[in-house]
Design a protein around this ligand. Structure first.
Ligand SMILES: Cc1ncc(COP(=O)(O)O)c(C=O)c1O
Length: 398
């Protein structure tokens, strides 16, 4: 029986100091519904990211949905290129809105969309490329960015798992027409539940503001836009003009207050995660596990563990030993692996999952393990020693 190492997927993401500050905030009997804290959090987030506008919502999935809804209302329906290794809401948002998802496999070095395949699949129907930066790795390259610019196809960055990461020293999430973030507890920082959409595009920003709150025109900050609707619909009460068939995806002052506190320590915490990650991949056996990721600009809240070979025995012994050592893990890396294997997509594309061998390998032979700021060096060393011994043992058996 291996020694208990005890590594949860995430720990200490809300500090005692955060709780105390929240209590102080509540003692002031503040407004609780979306108000000045939300506005301040949006402004501070935009400044941190280097974008003009941000819209705070109640989850990363809501961020995905209103981004794609805004694209639909502004540019119309068509095809959207997505990876099969992503979160369910990246694809579900397309299906709900009537976009056609077009899948490309991933690049094994950064686990994001394979640029060659994306460029092959772009056509006159392509409305956007919806790229996911996986578990802290940068998924962008110049070829993709430049081609999309040339062809005027919007890039949407799902940055829910990778904020703090960079490409060419510029923050991930600052390249696309819009970028989405999640502040769920297990991410780089948290508002318990929460998400953000950031953009430089004024028109998109106004549309996102409306879509977040029932489609209400009064949510716009652009006076001209409001007046256009008032002129066109004189029979309607100005407080109740619903421009779009939308949802309520607002968050609250409490979540925004927590987000503002969390943002203050995000960069320092990410630095600790970077150090942990460096140590993990330095100690991990490169003979048995993938260690040749493209680490430049990465900022991982999880250690991505991918077996080099399709060794089922090693896979089983890792799962058993991690459980015994009280180390939490998720198999399949981001979103549980190949989304095309999931029931909701099997109904539409029954056999399509077979067409993506890199994603398939990660689905079965990939894991992630928690990497958080307070994780002790000693535990990382023990974890790597455990994984390396398991690989050697399996090798000896064959
Ligand atoms: C890549 C990615 N996109 C979107 C989401 C959805 O975020 P949320 O859980 O806040 O809805 C997640 C969730 O973890 C994610 O990993």
């Amino acid at each position: 029986m291996p020694e208990k190492i005890s590594i949860p997927l995430m720990s200490g993401n809300i500090s005692l100091n955060d709780f105390c500050k929240l209590i102080e905030f509540l003692k002031s009997a503040p407004i609780m519904t979306q108000s000045s804290q939300v506005r301040a959090f949006e402004e501070e987030w935009s400044a941190w990211l280097g974008k003009k506008y941000s819209v705070f919502v109640n989850s990363g999935s809501s961020a995905n949905l209103i981004t794609m809804a805004a694209l639909k209302h502004l540019y119309g329906l068509g095809e959207v290129i997505v990876p099969p290794l992503t979160w369910v809401s990246d694809i579900a948002s397309l299906l709900h809105l009537g976009f056609t998802p077009v899948f490309c496999d991933i690049n094994p070095q950064n686990l994001a969309l394979n640029t060659d395949q994306v460029l092959q699949k772009i056509n006159s129907q392509t409305k956007a490329v919806f790229l996911t930066h996986i578990l802290g790795f940068n998924g962008l390259d110049d070829r993709l960015i430049n081609t999309l610019k040339e062809k005027q196809i919007p890039l949407i960055e799902d940055t829910c798992e990778s904020y703090g990461g960079t490409f060419k020293n510029k923050k991930l999430g600052s390249f696309g027409l819009a970028s989405n973030f999640s502040f769920y507890y297990a991410h780089h920082m948290t508002t318990v539940e929460g998400g953000m959409v950031s953009t430089d595009d004024e028109k998109l920003y106004q549309t996102l503001r409306l879509l977040r709150a029932h489609g209400l025109v009064r949510e716009a900050t652009d006076q001209n836009l409001k007046e256009e609707y008032l002129k066109k619909y004189p029979d309607l009460n100005p407080d109740f003009i619903f421009a779009y068939p939308a949802w309520n995806m607002r968050s609250t002052e409490l979540n925004a207050f927590l987000g503002r506190e969390q943002l203050k320590s995000l960069d320092a915490n990410n630095e600790k995660r970077r150090k942990n990650s460096e140590l993990f991949y330095k100690l991990l056996s490169s003979e048995h596990y993938q260690t040749d990721f493209d680490f430049e600009g990465s900022c991982n809240y999880a250690f991505v563990l991918i077996l080099k070979n399709k060794n089922k025995n090693l896979l089983d012994s890792i799962k058993k030993s991690l459980k015994e050592a009280d180390i939490e893990y998720r198999q399949g890396a981001s979103g549980g692996g190949n989304q095309l294997r999931q029931p909701y997509l099997r109904e539409i594309f029954p056999e399509h999952y077979k067409d993506f061998p890199v994603t398939e390998h990660i689905h079965f032979f990939g894991f992630y393990i928690g990497n958080f700021p307070e994780l002790e060096e000693e535990k990382i060393k023990k974890l790597c020693a455990l994984l390396n011994v398991l690989a050697l043992k399996e090798e000896r058996k064959t």
